[in-house]
Ligand binder design. Structure first.
Ligand code: MCN
Ligand code: MOS
Length: 760
């Protein structure tokens, strides 16, 4: 269990909901005291490594492991021959086929799929022995990527289609038309902390130290794999070095390590190499989409026709939904949107910050810029002119949508009114200057959570939850919430997170955690405070008993009647009540939810609700404004300035939020200018599968980023009025930058990233 002991704080006014409290666990991180999963010391460790396939498609015919077995320190070699005795676990969609699970696959479906594993006394010995393994394959023809001529059209996913009016007819009749194809490449999470774990068995109890975005969901997978009760698995993940969507699910390497640990009767640590991190969990799928916009001569949208496709694997369906943002951005009476998935020989792609919305915004927001250019209109004016007064897809009113304010206030801060709208009109010597804008969105996703509040005799307030902090600020906002309710300074609060034995929580994913877990903590803390009030007013030894009050005030570290008369500190109150501890657990499920409902709520996605499940359509919104400087001779693009305005409802901690937004924007800068998984068509391998060749932004690539909040509390979206923050920041960044490049150069780049060879 992790006890937070922060040493330094901002103003006391920062330590409440809405305050700018500094990062609660910051000290632990900068001093190295925060232990990440793979750093957890475990005695008698054995070390595992995976052997990845070197072909993209086919079968493992045989594995020659004699030399590896004879190699120093080797304890165990696992191959597809081994009967793991495991069963397939429930996937994110809630499906659980009744089938055996082989984490080392005999069928090879992508280059890099694990086909063998070596466990040895040391990691070095395991690595050396793994090199001696000879795998014989029977290869079959493969489809390398979406660009492979054999990729085919793929399969249309009906549930992702949207349609109203008669889009094709309205497009045909529209006096002004834009039609273009937009492409995004494979992109990867590149978290600093690699995937990996230590697995340890005690009888039929399994402990797993593993970075996780979802302690309960991942513990369930381990339990299901091994046919164990959920309670027998203990997954521990107090700190994470970046997940960005990649650490929400238990993966094959976890199964291998846990199986090996059981077989050897000793703990096994297994960490993926950097290249293996590109195939351990899939990155963002490559996408392509065609958008047709029809408009009147004065820029009123008449029709949107959208046809998109994304790569998936041959064994799983992950749609990177190119039409996710398209239907809700603008007012349009005729729309048709369809998405296909095209199976290729890749690891199944996965969730990467802003899934779906992100490539979708690249399509629609570039197309809108093209329409503005064709009309000779200010792209901001075009967007405001076609502002969606409601959600045309669901027909529902917005809960809150301050996108207009985001656009106008962002434009004001950026100085947009000084823009000369003609491309190539703004220069500084041989440097072309471009200003571009684009909008973004991410849905409010709601899920139940549970939390426990413990008040100790010494007055410390503990918040306990299985929720995850991978850097977003969960520790901090939970501490602020409890501090506010008990009227104590934040340093009187301790937060315990990231443990599947703690109360269940929503995934730190889909930007749903903060709204969900704060609801639970607020409920549990309010209940604990009510309980304390009840006791303080009724217990014979309580000095507050005879005040005749019917409630008490918690403020400035003291409990009193409306701040008047006698007052007690929390420890004094606990002492007078004769209590060492008061513990209250609450969840946000409807009252009377059964144990089965609760189990499902914390360990599956069964109770997760989308943005239009209720009366309203609920989303976060943003508008980005980018300035680029392009060297005309060399085609190099430098982002020189960025202003982004957001509507994410109420902000629980603006300091954390600004950092979330900037983090998302920085990832968007990478997507716009640098990031591209390059596929070798001969063998289906992403060749730049390392941090030297897969480029992400460094400090020198990132200019000053001004972020602005225009949100107002939205109590439909969450108990405390906030909307999601973690993902919306990346959405719309790439089109804003690409639009700025068009404004600078007059060249429209419709395929990310915008690299110099596309400009000269
Ligand atoms: N917050 C707030 N007010 C709100 C909403 C959020 O103050 N109205 C702040 C809180 O500090 C909260 C944080 O923003 O902890 C993120 O909240 P939320 O939007 O609910 O997102 P989650 O907690 O569910 O986090 C997941 C989200 C996702 S899906 C990805 S991907 C992502 C992201 O968060 N990956 C991250 N941010 C990341 N940040 C870091 N450092 N590392 C990652 O891997
Ligand atoms: Mo975020 S991609 O939903 O973890």
């Amino acid at each position: 269990m992790t006890i937070m002991a922060p040493r330094k704080f901002g103003d006391s006014s920062d330590g409440v909901v809405g305050g700018r409290q500094t990062r609660f666990e910051g000290d632990l991180k900068v001093t190295g005291a925060a232990k990440y999963a793979l750093e957890h010391p475990v005695e008698n460790l054995a070390h595992g490594v995976l052997v990845p396939s070197t072909i993209p498609a086919g079968r493992v015919v045989s594995v020659d492991m004699q030399a590896a077995l004879a190699s120093p320190g080797v304890l165990l070699v696992l191959t597809p021959e081994d009967d793991f005795g495991m069963r397939v676990a429930t996937d994110w969609g809630g499906n659980r086929p009744d089938e055996p699970y082989y984490p080392l696959s005999r069928e090879v479906r992508y280059n890099g799929e694990p086909v063998a594993a070596v466990i040895a006394e040391s990691r070095e010995q395991a690595v050396a022995a793994a090199k001696l393994i000879r795998v014989t394959y029977e290869e079959v023809p493969h489809v390398a990527s979406l660009d492979d001529p054999n990729a085919g059209e793929g399969n249309q996913l009906e549930h992702l289609s949207a349609s109203w009016g008669d889009a094709e007819a309205a497009y045909a009749a529209a006096p002004v038309k834009v039609e273009a194809e937009y492409k995004t490449p494979r992109e990867y999470h590149v978290a600093m902390e690699p995937h990996g774990l230590t697995a340890k068995w005690d009888g039929d109890h399994l402990t797993v130290w593993e970075p996780s975005q979802w302690s309960h969901g991942m513990a369930r997978s381990y339990a299901e794999w091994f046919g164990l009760p959920f309670e027998n698995v203990h997954l521990i993940s107090p700190f994470i070095g970046g997940g960005f969507g990649s650490k929400g699910a238990a993966l094959a390497h976890g199964a291998v390590a846990a199986f090996a640990a059981r077989k050897l009767g000793r703990p096994v640590k297994l960490a993926l190499t950097r290249p293996q991190n590109f195939t351990g969990y899939g990155g963002r799928a490559a996408t392509r989409q065609t958008i047709k916009l029809g408009a009147t001569k004065d820029g009123v949208l008449q029709a949107i026709v959208h046809r998109g496709a994304s790569e998936t694997s041959t064994y799983g369906v992950w749609p990177e939904q190119t039409g996710a943002a398209t239907p809700i951005m603008y007012k349009v009476e005729n729309l048709s949107s369809e998405h296909r998935v095209v199976p290729v020989n890749t690891v199944t792609p996965g969730a990467l910050r802003g899934p779906g919305k992100n490539p979708s915004a690249f399509g629609i927001e570039t197309a809108m810029d093209e329409l503005a250019a064709q009309l000779g209109m200010d792209p901001l004016e075009l967007r405001l002119k076609n502002y969606a007064d409601r959600d045309y897809q669901s027909g529902k009113p917005w809960s809150t949508r301050r996108l207009r304010e985001a656009m106008t206030e962002g434009a004001e801060a950026f100085g947009w009114s000084k823009r000369n709208h003609a491309p190539r009109s703004m220069k500084d010597g041989s440097t072309l200057i471009g200003w571009g804008m684009a909008c973004g969105t991410f849905p409010v996703i709601q899920a139940p959570s549970e939390a426990m509040i413990r008040i100790l005799g010494n007055g410390r307030v503990e918040v306990v939850s299985g929720a995850i902090d991978m850097g977003q600020g969960t520790y901090t906002i939970l501490a602020q919430t409890a501090a506010e309710i008990f009227g104590v300074p934040v340093d009187q609060v301790e937060v315990h997170l990231g443990d599947s034995r703690m109360p269940g929580s929503a995934i730190a994913g889909g930007s749903m955690l903060a709204g969900s877990i704060l609801g639970a903590v607020h409920k549990a803390a309010s209940a604990a405070r009510d309980e304390l009030i009840g006791l303080a007013l009724s217990e014979p030894n309580s000095p507050l008993r005879d005040t005749g009050a019917n409630t008490l005030t918690f403020s400035g570290g003291r409990v009193s009647v409306g701040g008047e008369g006698p007052s007690l500190t929390l420890p004094e109150l606990m002492q007078s009540l004769g209590r060492d501890v008061l513990e209250i657990r609450r969840n946000t499920l409807p009252d009377g939810a059964s144990m089965e409902d609760q189990r499902q709520a914390w360990t599956t996605m069964a109770k997760v609700e989308g943005p239009t499940m209720g009366e309203y359509s609920m989303h976060s919104w943003c508008a980005h404004f980018a300035e680029v400087r392009v060297d005309e001779d060399f085609g190099t693009v430098r982002l020189s300035r960025m202003v982004s305005a957001f509507d994410c409802g109420r902000l629980y901690n603006p300091r954390m939020v600004e950092s979330q937004w900037r983090g998302g924007i920085i990832m968007g800068i990478g997507q716009a200018l640098l990031e591209e998984g390059l596929v070798d068509m001969r063998n289906g391998r992403t060749v730049n599968n390392n941090v030297a060749d897969y480029l992400v932004p460094t400090n020198a690539d990132v200019p000053d980023i001004q972020v602005i909040s225009v949100g107002v509390p939205d109590y439909n979206a969450s108990a405390l009025g906030g909307k999601g923050v973690g993902e919306v920041g990346i959405v719309g960044v790439a089109p804003a930058i690409a639009n700025a490049v068009f404004h600078a150069t007059g060249k429209r780049v419709r395929e990310l990233p915008v690299t110099l060879e596309k400009l000269i």
